[in-house]
Design a protein around this ligand. Sequence first.
Ligand code: C2E
Ligand code: MG
Ligand code: MG
Ligand code: MG
Length: 291
Amino acid sequence: AAKSAGRSAFAFYTPQLNSAAVERLHLEAALRRALERGEIEVHFQPKVDRDGRPVSVEALARWDSAELGAIPPAKFIPIAEDTGLIEPLTEHVLRTACREAAGWAGAGLPPIGVAVNLSPRLLRGAALVERVAAALAASGLPAHRLELEITEGSLMGTGAETLERLNALKALGVRLAVDDFGTGYSSLSYLRRLPLDVLKVDQSFVTGAVRGSDQAILARAIISIGRELGLTVVAEGVESKAQWRLLHEAGCHEFQGYLFSRPLSAGDFAGWLRERTGTGAGGRRSVTRST
Ligand code: C2E
Ligand code: MG
Ligand code: MG
Ligand code: MG
């Protein structure tokens, strides 16, 4: 009996491991098909400046699977990262984002920037710079209107190759943002070392930013670090006026969150932008393809 203790403990975990592994394989296969069928959509969430004017949007991947229903990015992005599907997925998001952003300006809406999230894995591949250049060329979007968001975690401990790649992206004229700032155990020195333009304060500091709270103190400190370094500071996940006021007083430059808008389809965003800016009143329906 004693000899089987180890084995039975192992046997106890095996079925669970198997079902998790099977679900993952299932999702991987479904994601592969979804990419082939064009089932992955891109939604856009606006960012506004200190006066509430829309300045740019963040492109966010959306998967509403015919078989499995809506699957959140928190579930499918890690699978895409592990399997290499992140490459075609990012290519799709990048091309769609550039095309839509160029299209809004072409339709008489104010020129607006667009941000695309980049996975750590892509920073390690050599093809990234060419892909970004190709997406810009294909869409006609001016490079300065494209921003690439890279999570803090993937920027830390970057070697010479990654730095070279980031410099090459900068040389194209695109803007670079550090995403989810404050969540890693980071040494702050990389903020100086890397060619960054934008610092996005992680949602966790914004969510708890109640006057007098520790989160508010940290949010203020992060905002002043960003400002001192000459970066554009963006707060993500702003849901209430109280949060907005506090961050605004702390000198935050831009704001993104449900208080302003949830992520919208390309067509809905064009409508939102038109209403906000009072442009193109005659052509409400004809600007972008509805998704
Ligand atoms: P992120 O880049 O930090 O994006 C912000 C997330 O916060 C989005 O979640 C957005 O919908 C959500 N959000 C925005 N405002 C609010 C708010 O006021 N309250 C709350 N509670 N949430 C808010 P989403 O779309 O589920 O994406 C989650 C993460 O998945 C993203 O975090 C990003 O890391 C990743 N992701 C999404 N699309 C892509 C993509 O195309 N490529 C890559 N590599 N990652 C992506
Ligand atoms: Mg982001
Ligand atoms: Mg973020
Ligand atoms: Mg985040």
